[in-house]
Design a protein around this ligand. Sequence first.
Ligand code: SF4
Length: 351
Amino acid sequence: MTILDYTQDELKEFIKPAFRVKQIYKWIYQNYADTYEQMHTIPKTLREELEKNYSLMPLSVAKEEQSSDGSIKYLFALHDGKTIESVLLPMKQEEFDEDGKRIHHTRYTICISSQVGCKIGCSFCLTAKSGLLRNLSTGEIVAQVLLIKKLNGIDSERRVNIVYMGMGEPLDNLNNVSKAVKIFSDIDGLSISPKRQTISTSGLSSQIKKLGNMNLGVLLAISLHAVDDELREELMPINKHYDIRSIMNAVREFPIDVRKRVMFEYLIMKDVNDDIKSAKKLVKLLHGIKSKVNLIYFNPHEGSPYNRPPKSSVEKFRDYLNAHGVTCTIRQSKGLDISAACGQLKERSEK
Ligand code: SF4
């Protein structure tokens, strides 16, 4: 059991008086306490009681790889010996003016896992090979961000973005993920607003509706990757159950902040989905949806039947979309040299 599993309201049920909970939250999420003993404003008896029953950190670092672009990929070990991965991505480097005064801090995005393994079975993904081993608990999801901030000395006031885009399908573990969203956004804790949290899904339409009904205020990203059902079924067998039309219908109903857009991830592969015909279909498909398309170069791994497309075809694809009213960017290959495509670090370390 970890104390990171609990919202403040839940802790108040068994920690009295209630104001202690706020203090404990601040010790954990803002002062990054490593032990209960360090929480010197909390009475000793309560500290001992908590120590006996709740761990402060359910993860430990099993492996860490730094990429030349500054991203760091972590393999974290869980209490049962299973492992998950998370990535810290610096999005914008800090900048200084002529007098050496800092104008911008480095901005970070933290990519986290929601399950050990995954049952969705995407053909381009190494995580899919292991199948689903188990869901992560809320605390194990929360711990990934807390530990990465702590390990990298990112102080508590610094805002980070979270993407649920590591191992697993977050909407297949909706209860624990939605609770993690709430814990992340607690202002006495990590204080990461839901607007800075993006849930990325393979397109489980019924779960997208459920998430929408929860009105959490999170952003949505859809791993689309193909514009017709035939190809999408080949890439993502889940498309047999949730086809493109059902996904688009669920997205159209999803409550999203007026200033925000739904992100569509498009893993672009040579001679598979990188042609202008696909770009045209994509424009048609997204008609009427406030969307942004993110093109991701396919990152080839051993034994993969797909290849990385040439820069020229990816740029043509992007330009076509932008010229036809769909905002489109090419995602920089952060972490390319440490194989940051889903599941690859884990696979390599197990070999
Ligand atoms: S790409 Fe994501 S949803 Fe698909 S199998 Fe891999 S982890 Fe699961």
